[in-house]
Design a protein around this ligand. Structure first.
Ligand SMILES: [Zn+2]
Length: 1012
């Protein structure tokens, strides 16, 4: 933070005013095309909310400058990370709110404001968080590629103009544009008036511009350039249906769903035979004027022509986007949602019923199921009659029972697919880092199993079982950007912690009322120094891992903290050896800039610290500087486990408080003064303290297995000696001189040493500045004290071992493969038919009680369709948790028998059997927000299974199909299955590409799990 950035920050109004103003703007701002909104990191925003809600200007939740660091891929290009999610990763705030926040808090240096425009897309207004990023080049020089961002509402002409400028095309040149997608097919952009959206230009595609030659020809019409992919593939004659689908940028969800449908024989035959032409319904208000059906037919015909290795589903995608804006392609979507939309759209586009009559539904009224079911199905067919109904619709019975009057309501409803729940585990696996008290132990990564509905204390208990450290001596914190995003209390729910959070659990020394939990940050000073009036006289950057430690209240002096920290960081901070110190000493004597700084600071108290102590109220700011030191330097939060009392440093805090502790308590209340007083040279003040710290460190190394019981047992034995020691020191110092006397004394002894770092009181964000204004006081220890140790870059380079600091080890629990639970598909279907009680949010209106009731509800399957789609509900969203279930569902490839699940018994001879064979699976790999879709499907002509991964198609064997990625299953009823008309291809290798060799080399944008 530099003086510059501070200048732009205006005095913010009171917290309540801030809260009201911003809330009001958020509530009242509506999306209007062309308006600007701003992207703000959600964590920063939440922290700001917490801050203003705390009503305390000095609250530790002060958010600091607006910081969007986490949203960027890197801090050079400031490209947004992919697939950030609104309200999860970022918030959108209207311009007016943004400008206020910016004025009050400023912004981290160098970061660009993330301004985004509201765009008017078909049937929706959206803030375009991700504009389309397109590569641009000239046909005459395809090596020189630049990239530029365009809005989806920009016309192609905007791109053309931008290109003319970028490439300095002479004005008046006649140009034409081509777009090239990842599969290297080229398509002419004929109409420059259409929008980027309508042209299906998406991120990652290239626009090539050519200018007409002097002889009137176009460069691209010369041979061998820019052949259209269709021409290229003209000669290909492969197995019909074995055809990839090009990824147009995050469209694998669509490709996966399309491949499943394409391999649904009755539907595909219907389209290949062009039966749809007679049934297109252009007038159905619920339909898409036949456009979806036609676009779908085009795709299917191309895929089954045998002429293409891969088809570009661009037109189809545009149509889908037009009719269902949720699929416009900002981020990854759900293949099942698309499937549901598509089946519905195809049904309405192909509905043979042109005028839907109104049919009054009759209550069951105790009539037999058979009668009510047939009536319901008849009624459904009177309004809905299409190839989709013929193929995919079944009927289930739902029974609701009122808990009060026991009214039973029975209805029969059609369904297009079954969404079956997965048994939800009540447990959760968490990965956390455990930071031992032993300063020489590396953090250990553990995998623990906790109750999903548990509290933070359950996490500690689980970790305690592995480490032997009592849960009461643990603190759990979310570490984010080298600082504590949140320090949890044991009662908080584990649902606050997301799997992607970096959770650190710190072991603490035994607590007593006399100790305080101190959060420690590491900061590096920038070379730039500003000796202005502010205490924050240099720019700082956080680095490394923050720490939490228990510090005896009496040990909060600069000196005590210095040696305590030195000891705590011993694993990666090397204490200077005497030779080096000598060097320092000499350096010091030259009265360089460094020296000046110390003088200023040791003579006490920069202006605003003085301020702070003045406004801190009725306390004694001065004396406390000394009173803490007696036991300070020697006792740590780490009571030394060394059983030899002689070698160990005194263990403080247990037993009777030595004199001065009461004062120490007082000092803590305005400990800011003490710590802030700061940058006196602590090591210089107390060489004994330093060596004691060193001893401690060495001991810790010698016996790394600090046993808490031993440690607990120890203090009584030590107390006397320690008190004596403390008393002695106390005597030696008192009457305690002001803070600046010690250095002077040491200088006289020529023992002056330069400290490795200085200590600053900071806020939870690790910045020294606090919100001024209402409260007045600049720093305080009111709730959670935070301090930073500030390093000069050269000192850091010499004494801080970055590699060592980053090291950690994996606990054995990390090696154990996470247990995969397996359930049978039949169990999921049983769950689907299990009686459940309606939730509060979704009650049932009882016609007898005349009010909403939490009725019990039971679903039963009545009749099943020819092709049964089963959706495995892997994505679980509750009020508190969002997760993807990785359970393996074991589903049969053949002979899935539903007879036990069907309510209708006593099947007559003409009734179809209820046995099904698998024909296709849509897979989802990855987590909640990202991931990749593929599919397995069986070709209807040759009976062979294939694996479809966007444009790539490979042979698949049946034993590959059941995985925990399976998401939507397609089953075909056995009586309808036709025998393959062709022999299965003879396979030399199951993994060999089945559609082409040229396609496998390309890397579609959706090709790997982590990019899509
Ligand atoms: Zn009732």
């Amino acid at each position: 933070m530099t003086a510059n950035s501070r200048c732009s920050v205006a005095e913010p109004p009171g917290l309540e005013t801030q809260r009201r103003e911003i809330e009001c703007l958020l509530r009242e701002s509506e999306l209007q095309a062309g308006d600007s909104w701003y992207v703000v990191d959600r964590r920063w925003f939440e922290q700001w909310k917490e801050f203003v809600e705390s009503g305390d200007q000095n609250s530790s939740s002060f958010p600091g400058q607006i910081d969007n660091t986490e949203l960027f891929e890197d801090l050079d290009s400031y490209h947004l990370k992919e697939r950030l999610v609104e309200n999860e990763d970022f918030m959108l705030v209207p311009a007016a709110a943004w400008h206020k926040l910016l004025q009050w808090y400023g912004m981290v240096d160098g970061q660009p404001a993330l301004e985004r425009k509201v765009v008017d897309l078909p049937s929706t207004l959206k803030v375009e968080v991700y504009p389309v990023e397109i590569f641009l080049c000239l046909h005459s020089n395809m090596e020189n590629v630049t990239s530029a961002q365009f809005s989806r509402t920009d016309s192609i002409y905007v791109i053309q103009t931008a290109m003319c400028q970028t490439f300095s095309v002479p004005p008046g040149s006649e140009c034409r544009l081509w777009m090239k997608s990842s599969d290297s097919s080229c398509e002419r952009l004929r109409n420059v008036q259409v929008s980027v959206l309508d042209a299906c230009l998406s991120s990652g595609m290239t626009v090539i511009m050519e200018t007409r030659n002097a002889d009137g020809t176009w460069p691209s019409s010369r041979p061998q350039i820019m052949r259209n992919s269709a021409e290229e593939q003209d000669s290909y004659r492969g197995q019909p249906g074995v055809c990839g689908l090009t990824n147009l940028g995050n469209t694998c969800f669509m490709n996966s769903a399309l491949q499943c449908l394409s391999n649904t024989p009755p539907l595909t035959e219907y389209f290949l035979q062009s039966s749809y032409l007679d049934e297109l319904n252009f007038t159905n208000p619920l339909g898409m004027k036949g456009e979806i059906a036609e676009a779908y037919a085009d795709i299917i015909k191309q895929m089954w022509s045998g002429r293409h290795y891969s088809v570009v589903p661009r037109v189809f995608k545009t149509k889908v986007g037009h009719f269902a804006s949720q699929f416009l392609g900002y981020q990854q979507h759900d293949s099942q949602e698309l499937l549901s939309f598509l089946l519905d759209g195809l049904h309405e586009d192909l509905n043979r019923v042109k005028n839907k009559e109104y049919i009054e539904l009759r209550d069951a009224d105790g009539r037999p199921d058979q009668e009510v079911a047939e009536e319901a199905w008849r009624n459904h067919r009177r309004r809905n009659d299409s190839v989709i109904v013929d193929t995919f619709h079944g009927l289930f019975k739902s029974t609701l029972v009122c808990p009060e009057c026991h009214k039973v309501s029975v209805t029969f409803d059609p369904f297009c697919y079954l969404s079956v729940p997965l048994p939800v585990s009540k447990e959760r696996v968490m990965e956390v880092f455990f930071v031992s008290l032993d300063p020489h132990a590396k953090p250990v990564q553990h995998r623990v199993v906790v109750p999903k509905a548990g509290r933070v204390s359950d996490l500690c208990a689980a970790l305690s079982d592995m480490t032997g450290v009592p849960p009461t001596q643990m603190v759990v914190a979310d570490v984010f950007n080298h600082r504590f995003y949140k320090i949890y209390n044991p009662e908080e729910s584990l649902s606050c912690i997301l799997d992607r959070d970096d959770i650190f659990v710190y072991e603490l020394s035994q607590q007593d009322e006399d100790s305080v939990l101190l959060a420690l940050y590491l900061r590096e000073r920038s070379h730039y120094r500003d000796y202005g009036s502010s205490s924050n006289s240099y720019g700082t950057t956080l680095f490394g891992h923050p720490l939490l430690l228990n510090v005896p209240r009496g040990s909060c002096s600069q000196e005590a903290l210095y040696s305590l920290f030195l000891q705590r960081l011993a694993r990666y901070v090397r204490p200077p050896d005497p030779a080096e110190e000598l060097e320092e000493e000499e350096e010091e004597e030259e009265e360089d800039e460094e020296e000046e700084l110390y003088k200023t600071q040791t003579n006490g108290i920069s202006d605003d610290e003085q301020n702070a102590s003045e406004t801190a109220g009725p306390s004694e700011p001065e004396p406390c500087c000394s009173n803490a030191s007696p036991n300070g330097p020697t006792d740590g939060p780490t009571p030394d486990p060394d059983p030899d009392p002689a070698s160990s440093g005194p263990v403080a805090t247990a037993g009777d408080p030595p004199p001065g502790v009461n004062q120490g308590l007082a000092s803590l209340d305005q400990g800011d003064t003490e710590v802030g007083n700061g940058s006196l040279n602590p090591a210089a003040g107390n060489p004994d303290g330093l060596s004691a710290g060193g001893d401690l460190g060495a001991d810790g190394e010698a016996d790394g297995n600090a046993e808490p019981p031993a440690e607990a047992a120890q203090p009584p034995r030590e107390t006397t000696e320690e008190e004596n020691e403390a008393d002695k020191q106390e005597e030696a110092r008192s009457p305690s001189p002001p803070a600046n006397e010690c250095p002077a004394k040491r200088r006289a002894c020529r023992k002056r040493r330069r400290s490795l770092f200085t200590i600053q009181a900071v806020n939870s964000n690790g910045t020294t500045e606090r919100g001024m204004g209402e409260g007045g006081s600049a720093v305080s220890f009111s709730s959670q004290p935070y301090v930073a140790i500030d390093w000069d870059p050269d000192m850091k380079k010499r004494f801080y071992n970055e590699n060592e600091a980053e090291r950690y080890v994996k606990h054995g629990s990390m090696e154990v493969p996470q247990q995969q639970t397996t359930v049978q598909l039949q169990q999921c279907i049983e769950l689907f038919t299990t009686v459940e009680t309606l939730e509060e949010e979704n009650p049932w209106y009882c016609p007898v009680c005349k009010k909403h009731q939490l009725a019990t509800k039971k679903l039963d399957l009545w009749s099943l369709p020819e092709v049964l789609i089963i959706h495995l509900k892997r994505f679980s969203y509750t009020k508190f948790t969002r997760e993807k279930l990785d359970t393996i569902v074991d589903f049969p490839l053949r002979d899935l028998d539903f007879s036990d699940f069907l309510l209708r018994k006593g099947v007559s001879p003409e009734e179809p059997p209820s046995r099904y064979d698998l024909i296709a699976v849509s897979n989802h790999y990855g987590g909640l927000r990202d991931g990749h879709y593929t599919s397995y499907a069986q070709n209807k002509d040759n009976g062979q299974w294939y694996y479809f991964d966007d444009s790539k198609v490979t042979y698949a064997s049946q034993d590959q199909i059941v995985t925990n990625a399976a998401y939507v299953l397609f089953y075909h009823r056995q009586d309808k299955i036709r025998k393959p008309t062709l022999p299965a291809p003879s396979l030399s290798s199951a993994s060999q590409p089945a559609n082409d060799t040229t396609e496998t080399g390309t890397a579609p944008s959706c090709g790997s799990m982590d990019t899509d």
